[in-house]
Design a protein around this ligand. Structure first.
Ligand code: UDP
Ligand code: MG
Length: 240
């Protein structure tokens, strides 16, 4: 199975080299055939230069540079579009979720599941954020019948044909892609993942940004407000 590992990157200069080294080791140890797609979501630090450097040394790497900061989900969607794998793994760049746990997901994919969603045990974020997140997802679950544990977890694996089908059906503007997937198929399972405090760089979600994200998400769920051909991101350059 060919694997596409998609990593959204917004000002993560301090994390990228360690992330790459740990990913590389995980891929080698487990004998995966994989591409790693970094999506630079308009970083204004040295992230892109560091990624280009890694790209020159390792042909499994692809980079998509977006024209400006569009947000984590559009960045992941840009990565999905380029992905050639049979399955995609999404992983944050900040090492809060350890890349060494990719095999947990692949085990389930190899057992035949079409989607595997991570849920964070002992989530290491600040208290107010966890409370807001809990209330928000409770609200969302009023509408979505399928229960998903920790829908905000960014560590997931999805078969490429399933994700292509969902995007074809609902368009690319999918904040709640996990709920869409759970609605579309029963072939979904979840795995517990570890979660660490962010050691370097800071969270890209200010409180205001979280509120605005929550509101647009609620609109999408409650008003079924899917905009099919919305411009979600613009690509400046693709390497690889
Ligand atoms: N991210 C991104 N664009 C954004 C915000 C975040 O590409 O506008 C990336 C970020 O670099 C990281 C991941 O998405 O790889 C998760 O972001 P962050 O760690 O800030 O979120 P948190 O862990 O606080 O939920
Ligand atoms: Mg994080």
């Amino acid at each position: 199975m060919f694997l596409s590992i998609i990593i959204p990157v917004y000002n993560e200069e301090e994390n990228l080299v360690e992330l790459y080294q740990r990913l590389d080791k995980t891929i080698k140890t487990n004998d995966y055939t994989a591409e790693v797609i970094f999506v630079d979501d308009g970083s204004d630090d040295k992230s892109y230069a560091i990624l280009k450097n890694l790209y020159q040394k390792d042909k499994r790497i692809k980079i998509i540079k977006l024209k400006k900061n569009f947000g984590q989900i559009p960045a992941i969607l840009a990565g999905i579009k380029l992905a050639r794998g049979d399955a995609v793994i999404t992983l944050d760049a900040d090492l809060q979720n350890p890349p060494e746990e990719i095999p947990k997901f692949m085990e389930k994919i190899n057992q035949g599941f079409s989607a595997v969603f991570g849920y964070r045990i002992k989530r290491k974020d600040y208290f107010l954020r966890k409370i807001c997140s809990f209330v928000f997802w409770q609200l969302i679950s009023l509408k979505t019948r399928k229960k998903i544990k920790d829908p905000g977890c960014g560590f997931n694996a999805i078969k490429k044909d399933l994700i292509d089908k969902i995007i074809k059906k609902y368009g690319e503007n999918l904040k709640n892609i996990k709920h869409m997937i759970a609605k579309e198929t029963n072939s979904v399972t979840q795995v517990a993942v570890s979660h660490f405090k962010r050691e370097r760089g800071k969270s890209k979600y200010s409180f205001l940004r979280l509120v605005s994200y929550a509101l647009s998400f609620l609109k999408e769920i409650f008003l079924k407000n899917f905009t099919k051909n919305n411009l979600l991101y613009e690509i400046e350059e693709i390497l690889g």
